[in-house]
Design a binder for this molecule. Structure first.
Ligand SMILES: Cc1ncc(COP(=O)(O)O)c(C=O)c1O
Length: 395
């Protein structure tokens, strides 16, 4: 039996929600197995999850953590960023990217996106933001569509910068045959409930750098040289602390769920792709909509379905119309540099990132999840047609 948000007693207000959690009795059995084993915190199950994830991405190391935000924070800390150091990142991103740069003591410097057809960070804009203080580039593979990694890696090499991939949208996505998370110095994944792979809360850092992996493992658990399980097994009585770390550990229940979800990821990504293609076929007829990432050549993980409204369309009216018909929508994202904290702290003026601001005002994300039926896709598309044809809502 499939378990999902939609099986809940309180179904919420939506006929078609933005996302749906999809798991089944396999995840329930895996979590139950952990509970029955009596060992709940990081142990053998987490080790297996990490090994399988590393193999899937094609990297030497995978370090499981408590969230995608923890993954980004630890990756930034592992770079040894200092006060005054700068990290270039996209403003069209979830705020965790910039927040964790600040939390690591450095300064986020926002670069623009490529444009309406490709919402990823622009290599040209990255180059224009490099200063003597720049230490790293953080890239988001927006919606699961890999960034122009050849150009980004070239810029990083030429300027001695590290590259952190935010892969929260991109498990299973590939750039020129390489999985996202295995291209830069570190890849940061989120397993939050609306992602392609879910464990409730949870995340993973991938890297090929042995030294960085060692530092990440220490940072994840207080900088301690042994884990509780090592001491339980009698491998050590004590520990040293070699770095001021945090508690960003995952637990065995989440790791057990992650192993099952990883096994289903590619199938789910293909289902997402079918929904994505169906939307694209139907909505490409709507002249008031621009569908980004058309003619995109690399392999996406199809995390979300963003559309860009024409300038004269009122976004709120569009979203309210869909809402009144029971369709949940969202915005990915409000640009980070325009949030009040960032505006006040860094004084970013309007139009400082023209492509980002032009697109962000008009972006809307439509529902997409692996179990979304083609009838649901048709319902969403028909509702969009009705909006543009000036028809009333609610079927
Ligand atoms: C692009 C992006 N980066 C980072 C994160 C943070 O992940 P988490 O919610 O697991 O902390 C998210 C989560 O929504 C995200 O979408």
């Amino acid at each position: 039996m499939a378990l999902s948000c939609r099986n809940r007693k309180d179904k919420g207000v939506w006929k078609v929600p933005l996302f749906d959690t999809t798991f089944n009795v396999d995840e329930v059995a895996a979590v139950e197995g952990v509970l029955r084993s009596g060992w709940l915190t990081m142990g053998e199950t987490t080790k297996h999850f990490e090994e399988q994830f590393a193999e899937f991405v094609g990297v030497r190391h995978a370090i499981a953590v408590s969230s995608g935000t923890a993954a980004l924070l630890l990756a930034n800390l592992a770079l040894g960023l200092n006060r005054g150091d700068e990290v270039i990142c996209a403003s069209l991103n979830f705020v965790a990217g910039a927040n964790t740069i600040l939390q690591a003591g450095a300064t986020p410097v926002f670069a623009d996106i490529l444009g309406e057809n490709n919402l990823n960070i622009s290599p040209e804009s990255i180059e224009s933001k490099i200063s003597e203080m720049t230490k790293a580039i953080q890239v988001l593979h927006y919606g699961g569509f890999p960034c122009d990694m050849d150009a980004i890696i070239r810029i990083a090499r030429e300027n001695g910068l590290a590259v952190i991939e935010d892969c929260a949208h991109a498990p299973g996505a590939e750039y020129k045959g390489k999985r996202c998370g295995g291209i830069g110095d570190a890849g940061c994944f989120s397993f939050f409930s609306n992602k392609n792979m879910i464990t409730g809360e949870g995340g993973m850092i991938t890297t090929n750098d042995d030294e960085m992996a060692e530092k990440l493992r220490l940072l994840r658990s207080h900088g301690m040289t042994s884990l509780t399980i090592d001491r339980y097994r009698g491998h050590s009585f004590s520990y040293d602390v070699v770095i001021p770390g945090l508690n960003c550990r995952i637990d065995e229940m989440r790791s057990a769920m992650g192993i099952v979800q990883l096994g289903r990821l590619e199938d789910n990504n293909r289902k997402r792709e079918s929904v994505f293609d169906e939307y694209r076929n139907k909505l490409s007829k709507v002249s008031q909509l621009n569908l980004p990432f058309s003619k995109y050549l690399n392999r996406s993980s199809f995390h979300i379905f963003p559309v860009i409204l024409d300038k004269e369309v009122e976004r709120e009216e569009f979203m309210l119309f869909l809402k009144s018909c029971g369709i949940q929508t969202s915005i990915h994202y409000s640009p980070v540099h325009r949030f009040s904290y960032y505006r006040k702290k860094f004084g970013y003026k309007e139009k400082s990132l023209p492509n980002t601001e032009n697109v962000a005002k008009r972006l809307v994300t439509l529902p997409l999840y692996p179990t979304m039926s083609m009838e649901d896709v048709s319902f969403v598309c028909d509702t969009v047609f009705d909006f543009f044809n000036g028809k009333g809502c609610c079927k």
